[in-house]
Write a new protein. Structure first.
Length: 202
């Protein structure tokens, strides 16, 4: 595992095989690094096609994260035991009103979100909420494949600093095929483990 902490108000440990992509400046350089690693050892004819398609997909995910006011994106960029990990995590650092108390925000989230639970992450309060969207057919690249989207959102606050509030939103695909739910459960546990390493910096 590798710790990522570059001018952000927190540290977090990413699972082996995951990469951090900043949303905004630095995104292109991070994507180039991922692509170089992904096509290493691939023959020249295939490498160009694979690189181009991966580049399109990564830029699409960065744009989607930007649309969610994300500041960075965590992606599994290596297979685990030959299986792709169907997940992504968007991190955002929303600006709260000057008179807002992050603790009140957490309590409001816990009260309003179905299935929300209050957690302790690194000795600080947090709220975790999970919901599952109904299965739907995926895009043209995976035509005919049906999957539900499991959304797991974490709200993290620092009682000692009203200006520190982070939201981490994980999207996990759950295939309707046999074994799909078990894979999604395992990925959810992996994301939970990753978030458990979250620590406020300073």
């Amino acid at each position: 595992m590798s710790v990522t902490a570059q001018r952000r108000p927190f540290t977090i440990v990413l699972p082996r095989g995951w990469s951090r992509v900043p949303v905004g400046p630095g995104a292109s350089a991070a994507i180039r690094t991922i692509l170089d690693r992904a096509v290493a050892g691939v023959d020249d004819a295939r490498a160009v096609r694979v690189r181009r398609r991966l580049q399109e997909l990564l830029h699409q995910q960065v744009k989607a994260a930007e649309a969610q006011s994300g500041t960075e994106l965590y992606l599994p960029t290596e297979q685990v035991h030959g299986v792709s990990v169907p997940a992504s995590v968007v991190v955002s650092v929303p600006a709260l009103a000057e008179d807002a108390d992050p603790m009140d925000v957490l309590l409001a989230v816990a009260a309003r979100r179905r299935g929300a639970e209050v957690l302790d992450v690194g000795g600080k309060p947090a709220v975790r909420a999970e919901h599952r969207e109904e299965p739907a057919t995926l895009g043209e690249d995976l035509a005919g494949v049906e999957a539900a989207v499991r959304q797991v959102v974490y709200f993290l606050a620092d009682p000692a600093d009203r200006g520190r509030f982070v939201v981490m939103s994980a999207s996990i695909l759950e295939s309707t095929a046999q074994g799909g739910a078990a894979v999604a459960d395992a990925v959810t546990e992996l994301v939970d483990a990753m978030v458990s390493t979250f620590r406020w910096a300073g």
